[in-house]
Design a protein around this ligand. Structure first.
Ligand SMILES: Nc1ncnc2c1ncn2[C@@H]1O[C@H](COP(=O)(O)OP(=O)(O)OP(=O)(O)O)[C@@H](O)[C@H]1O
Length: 759
């Protein structure tokens, strides 16, 4: 319903077209609206919206008239005021900008809803009074609107709506008075509930910053507060987020256990930038204090523990698990706390301990797993001086394997301590001749040293029959020129295995000490005369060991009554002459499964041998290697094969080895053979053992002698003999035949497949 009334003689009729009045009267020449103009247009839009609602309500003409009169008086007073102030404007710009409503977009746009831009309302009553007194003429809406330009709603609503309806008035009034500060508020009030930081825009949806005059006069009931807009504050999600904070109430007990900076004395928390003015910042929950986890910040006081949430409790449980259960593994986290020195107990920071026992030194392997853990201990740093001296001094007497020549000086040597450790002082004290024979010819000064560990051996040696010692010294210990690897033709695979698995564990017992199954006993099996004994001598030479050669056949045939004692004495002396290599040929004579009589000499001999062998195998300190050889491995009791950790087949020499053997043997003589004849010799010696080839060469070498008249043999010089020719070998072949049958060879191959350790 459109109502009309007459106010001061003016016939006014309100129509919706009035809402478009600002646009009709503004001097809009530019198509690009200034910010001010945009705001005014938006305000006009809102005004029209609410005015339609108001216009549809029935109000009395008297009410409309009174309201219009009242507003006319107000605004006429303002217009006639002495100072042209942007009271009603949302702009804090110059008046010129207010008048034309233009503002360049490039110019800074200042919000009006701040304390500086709002004109104090204490001047309004004055101007109203002055208006009542001197100005009675009603101003046309045009003039009023022009003066207040930015408030079309006011200009077009000089006739106050009825406000009888609370439904529409509740929204209309705030919009009408958005820029009208009330004198009921303090001058400093900026008209906003929000902090000045966030009140950058005025929006109709905002709750009324202050009650309208109609509210103050009781004409209107205070409208229910509208819900706050969700996006009033950029980056701040309304009040919903605020609810998640623990706003301390007035009675909130002061935090006494928070660190500095959080007002431990109960002072109010500093205001937060994201909170309205006057509202203290939410008191942060005190950080949880983990038992055992000393969180000590720099300059912060300890934080009292608080109840743990499920998540934090689970996290602490995991941390406690790692701290307790896996402390050994990664205790660097669990045991480490701020302000605490890194513990040396942690393997991560554990420094090499030079005070570890000698048994753990030098080999790079730490037997004490509990203490070593994951720490890497450089071998060089932990190599004790005594170990270095031990192996550096071994070069004086040990022959290093040729292929390991680079290690010869550093590793292929033995110290005097190692020899002296097991050298019996009895030999030097008593001065017995037979005991002096026990001394190794190249053993050196180590014989004069003695340690407490060999006292038991010395006592046993004292109690041993001197006859046995003499026997061992004269018959068992074999002295001779050292044998080099190059002296053994062929057998490359066997030699490599022996070097790797027999020699080095003895030469570097420290490095191989962690292994429990060191091959201290090996079995060489194969045809006779293939170099088994030669290998034994070579091993002893490379180790610088005393070589004990015990012939099983001789024990049984020659010393059957004393075989048991001879074996005992041999091992006893071997312990005194370490390192020692005990070579037992024809071991099948001792370990044959055919021995059935329990208390026979052979049985007792075997028992003694196995007992001594077991002692060697279980002793970590003895440097004794037992090498047994047999050409009848199939006769060894199968229950005793386990005593030999390595069972190596020593086959017949191949063509290359035979050629090498022939050359080696002929170099001692004057011979005349071309390559073709050498090739024929190699070919014709197929199936010969090394010993057979040696016999062939010996037979061929005596050919020149056989050609000499018997009368000249007594006076002829070796240089006068003719050279050995191929014809001599032809003659030798008539006498020397292969000693190994094909059947035997097949047996070795089969046995090697079943029990051998090499192919
Ligand atoms: N591989 C070889 N290289 C050089 N010479 C060898 C080789 N094999 C055997 N001989 C010669 O044969 C001889 C006998 O060798 P050796 O005694 O080592 O054989 P064996 O296998 O021990 O014999 P048996 O089983 O009868 O004891 C050696 O002195 C050597 O001259």
């Amino acid at each position: 319903m459109i109502s009309s009334t007459s106010v001061y003689g003016l016939k006014m009729q309100w129509t919706p077209e009035h809402a478009q009045w600002p646009e009709q009267h503004f001097d809009i020449t530019s198509t690009t609206r200034s910010p001010a103009h945009k705001v005014e247009a938006y305000r006009g839009h809102l005004q029209r919206t609410y005015q339609y609602a108001w216009a549809n309500d029935d109000i009395s003409a008297l009410t409309a008239s009174n309201l219009l009169k009242k507003y006319a008086e107000k605004y006429s007073g303002i217009l006639e005021g002495p100072v042209d102030r942007p009271v009603l404007s949302n702009y804090s710009d110059t008046p010129s900008g207010l008048v034309n409503g233009r503002k360049n977009d490039s110019e800074p746009w200042q919000p009006s809803l701040n304390s500086e831009a709002v004109y104090p309302m204490n001047c309004v009553p004055d101007v109203i009074t002055a208006s009542k007194a001197g100005v009675s003429s009603a101003l046309p809406p045009v003039d009023v609107s022009a003066s207040i330009g930015s408030s079309p709603g006011v200009a077009s609503n000089l006739t106050e709506p009825s406000y009888s309806s609370s439904t529409c008035g509740s929204h209309t009034v705030p919009s009408l008075h958005a820029g009208l500060p009330s004198q009921e508020y303090a001058p400093g009030y900026n008209g906003s509930y929000l902090h000045s930081t966030y009140s950058s825009q005025a929006t109709p949806a905002l709750p009324s910053p202050h009650p309208s005059p109609l509210h103050s006069s009781g004409l209107l009931q205070p409208p229910p507060p509208p819900p706050p807009p969700p996006a009033l504050v950029p980056g701040y999600n309304g009040t919903s987020n605020l609810s998640s904070y623990s706003y301390p109430s007035a009675s909130y007990p002061p935090q006494t256990a928070v660190g500095s900076g959080y007002s431990p004395g109960g002072a109010p928390p500093p205001p937060s930038a994201y909170l309205p003015s006057g509202i203290p910042a939410p008191t942060p929950l005190p950080p949880t204090t983990v038992p055992g986890y000393t969180y000590q910040g720099h300059g912060l006081t300890p934080i009292a523990p608080s109840a743990l949430t499920n998540n934090s409790a689970s996290s602490l449980k995991r941390k406690a698990f790692y701290m307790a259960g896996q402390g050994d593994m990664d205790s660097s986290y669990g045991n480490y706390s701020y302000g605490q020195q890194r513990s040396t107990q942690s393997p991560m920071y554990r420094m090499p301990d030079n005070s570890i026992s000698n048994s753990n030194r030098g080999n790079g392997f730490d037997r004490n797993a509990e203490t070593s853990s994951l720490a890497f201990k450089p071998t060089k740093q932990l190599m004790p001086s005594e170990q270095q001296r031990k192996f550096s001094s071994q070069s004086s007497r040990a022959l290093t394997p040729p292929s390991y020549s680079t290690a010869k000086n550093s590793l292929g040597s033995r110290s005097s301590e190692s020899f002296g450790k097991y050298t019996s002082p009895v030999m030097s004290e008593h001065g017995d001749d037979h005991r002096q024979l026990l001394a190794h010819p190249i053993q050196g000064p180590g014989l004069r040293a003695a340690t407490s560990s060999n006292h038991s051996v010395d006592e046993q040696l004292k109690n041993t029959d001197t006859h046995l010692i003499d026997l061992v010294t004269n018959e068992i210990i074999t002295q001779g020129p050292p044998v080099d690897w190059s002296d053994i033709a062929g057998l490359d695979l066997v030699k490599a295995v022996i070097k790797e698995e027999v020699l080095w564990p003895v030469l570097r017992s420290d490095a191989f000490s962690g292994l429990t199954a060191l091959p201290r006993s090996i079995l060489l099996f194969g045809p006779r005369g293939t170099g088994k004994t030669l290998l034994g001598r070579c091993i002893a030479s490379q180790l610088g060991a005393t070589f004990f050669k015990i012939a099983g056949s001789g024990l049984v045939a020659k010393w059957i009554g004393e075989a048991e004692k001879i074996i005992h004495a041999s091992f006893l002396v071997a312990r005194c002459r370490q390192p020692s290599v005990i070579f037992v040929s024809d071991i099948d004579m001792l370990l044959s499964s055919q021995v059935s009589e329990e208390h026979s000499p052979v049985s007792r001999m075997r028992t003694e041998f196995l007992m001594q062998l077991d002692t060697v195998l279980t002793s970590a300190e003895d440097q004794i290697v037992v090498i047994c050889a047999t050409s009848k491995p199939e006769e060894i009791d199968e229950s005793l094969r386990r005593y030999f950790m390595k069972r190596l087949l020593i086959p017949l020499p191949d063509s290359t080895a035979r050629h090498q053997i022939i050359v080696q043997l002929l170099t001692q003589h004057n011979y005349c053979l071309n390559d073709k004849e050498f090739a024929l010799l190699v070919q014709r010696t197929e199936g010969f053992s090394g010993l057979d080839v040696a016999h062939l060469c010996q037979e061929a070498a005596v050919g020149p002698l056989h050609a000499m008249p018997a009368t000249d043999l007594s006076a002829i010089m070796p240089s006068q003999l003719r050279p050995v020719t191929y014809q001599d070998f032809e003659n030798a072949f008539c006498k020397i035949q292969p000693s190994i049958s094909q059947k035997e060879l097949d047996m070795y191959v089969e046995w090697n497949k079943m029990f051998g350790c090499s192919q």
